[in-house]
Design a protein around this ligand. Structure first.
Ligand code: SF4
Ligand code: SF4
Length: 139
C-alpha cells in the first residue's frame, strides 16, 4: 500500500513541468560541479558555447604559438602550465590554445615562443630540367 502511494505521488510529481525542469537543472548543475572537480577548466573547455565559437577563429589569428623543435628537450614543464590542457610541445595550432603564453614562460629551453602567422608558401611546381648534354643532342 505504501509503495502504491509513493508511486502515485511520484507520477503526479513527474507530470508537473516545474519538477521535471528542476530535475534537469539539478542534474546539469551536478555534472558541471563534478566535472569542475575532476577536470581542469571543465566548463570552459567542454561546455562553453562562446569558447567553441572563438575557437573557430583560432587558426585565423595574426599570432600563433611557435614551437622550435630543435630546442625542445621533452622535459614536459609546459604541460602542467597550460590552463586549457594543451600539450604545447606536440599539439601544434590547437583550437584549445587561448594564447595565454604560460607555456612560453614555463619553457626554460626557448622551444616555445609567440610569432606572427605567415601564410604557408604554395608548393613549387616541378620543372623537369634535362642535363645540358642531352638537350644539345636532341636539338
Ligand atoms: S617545456 Fe619546452 S623543452 Fe620542455 S617539453 Fe615543453 S617545449 Fe619542450
Ligand atoms: S599559450 Fe596558453 S593555452 Fe596556449 S598552449 Fe600555451 S599555455 Fe596552453
Amino acid at each position: 500500500m505504501k509503495k502504491e502511494i509513493a508511486f502515485h505521488w511520484l507520477r503526479r510529481l513527474a507530470r508537473e513541468r516545474w519538477v521535471a525542469a528542476s530535475v534537469v537543472l539539478f542534474a546539469a548543475a551536478l555534472v558541471i560541479v563534478l566535472g569542475a572537480v575532476f577536470i581542469s577548466r571543465f566548463f570552459c573547455r567542454l561546455l562553453c558555447p562562446l569558447g567553441a565559437f572563438y575557437s573557430l577563429f583560432n587558426r585565423n589569428s595574426l599570432v600563433k604559438l611557435d614551437f622550435i623543435e630543435g630546442n625542445c628537450v621533452h622535459c614536459l614543464a609546459c604541460v602542467p602550465a597550460c590552463p586549457t590542457g594543451v600539450r604545447p610541445y606536440e599539439e601544434r595550432d590547437s583550437r584549445d590554445c587561448i594564447l595565454c603564453l604560460k607555456c612560453v614562460d614555463a619553457c626554460r629551453f626557448g622551444a616555445l615562443n609567440v610569432g606572427l602567422r605567415r601564410q604557408e608558401p604554395a608548393p613549387r611546381k616541378h620543372v623537369v630540367v634535362e642535363p645540358p648534354g642531352r638537350a644539345a643532342r636532341s636539338g
